[in-house]
Design a protein around this ligand. Structure first.
Ligand code: ATP
Length: 285
């Protein structure tokens, strides 16, 4: 039997319509502190020069920079998937054991949705809860809520092959949300999607962040995406990977399509583009 692919249908995140859901208070407390952390790989490659960076509660921080500047390496340090060669990281003012404590959940969304092809959407979304041994009643409620948030409730019995690329990414986001994270790490999650779908998911993500009191660290190559989403953009340079500069995007939230077409947006894109050109020159010089 041929699988149905729902390419035309792009559901909407059900979480926030401007003005209907109030954002929880964001404390501005440090969530992650990167303290002179550097990374030298086993083969001698210097992935990151010492990095100092504090991410505060409620921020949406994007990492952008030329290929090889260490964006993913930095994100992996924050995720605890890799350890710094020198320096250290602090999570919620403590060690990595703080992660997973109440109010201190962390989730990761990769560029590839990495869904299990043999399992239905709802089973994929439930996976982190199964691994954590959560009881079925609570797990069911959380899966329902996560699927509803990403607009996939009616596709819960579908297999990944029956979904469009954007919907697969929504399923991946639902799987990250099912543990009710406070810190969401995203490594170029929408890079493989067409521009229309990407814009839609960006709009939904910014609503999600705004409504759920999330702190987000987001890796991207897209100037437009970084400007649209972020409260702060970290610009990195390569060889070795390092922080080159930062830009604060103070445009108020929630942001919508009118921001994308505004003069202000165009100006911010030009400014970021100029900084990236400088970062690229510093990377090859
Ligand atoms: N496991 C590894 N072993 C050796 N070198 C590595 C390893 N992982 C990354 N590197 C190197 O560290 C540097 C930073 O890589 P990283 O993947 O973090 O960059 P990036 O900014 O995410 O790149 P891109 O934008 O192309 O995804 C690069 O020079 C890369 O080749």
């Amino acid at each position: 039997m041929r699988a149905t692919t729902a390419v035309e249908h792009i559901p909407t995140l059900n979480l926030v319509t401007a003005g209907t859901v109030r954002a929880r208070q964001k404390s501005g407390e440090p969530v992650v502190e990167v303290l002179s952390a550097e990374k030298v790989f086993a083969n001698g490659t210097r992935g990151l020069d010492p990095i100092d960076l504090t991410i505060r509660d409620g921020e949406f921080v994007s990492l952008i920079g030329p290929s090889g500047c260490g964006k993913s390496t930095l994100l992996k340090l924050v995720a605890g998937l890799s350890e710094p060669t020198d320096g250290k990281l602090v999570w919620w003012r403590g060690g990595f054991d703080q992660v997973g404590q109440p109010g201190r959940q962390m989730s990761f969304v990769f560029q590839d949705p990495t869904l299990m092809p043999w399992s239905r959407v709802e089973t994929n979304v439930r996976l982190p809860l199964d691994l954590a041994g959560k009881n079925t009643a609570e797990a069911n409620q959380r899966v329902d809520a996560a699927l509803n948030t990403v607009g996939l409730s009616e596709y819960r019995r579908h297999f990944p092959r029956q979904l469009s690329g954007g919907m697969r990414m929504r399923a991946s986001i639902a799987r990250a949300l099912v543990t009710d994270p406070n810190l969401l790490l995203m490594d170029e999650p929408f890079g493989a999607l067409d521009e229309f779908t990407r814009n839609k998911l960006d709009s939904d993500l910014v609503s999600l962040w705004w409504g759920k009191s999330l702190t987000v660290i987001f890796v991207t190559h897209s100037i437009y995406e970084a400007i649209f989403l972020s409260t702060r953009i970290i610009i990195m340079a390569a060889r070795p990977g390092r922080i080159f500069g930062e830009m604060i995007i103070s445009e108020p939230h929630p942001r919508d399509d009118s921001f994308r077409t505004s003069q202000r947006f165009a100006q911010l894109c030009r400014d970021l583009s100029n900084m990236l050109t400088e970062a690229s020159l510093a990377s090859t010089g």
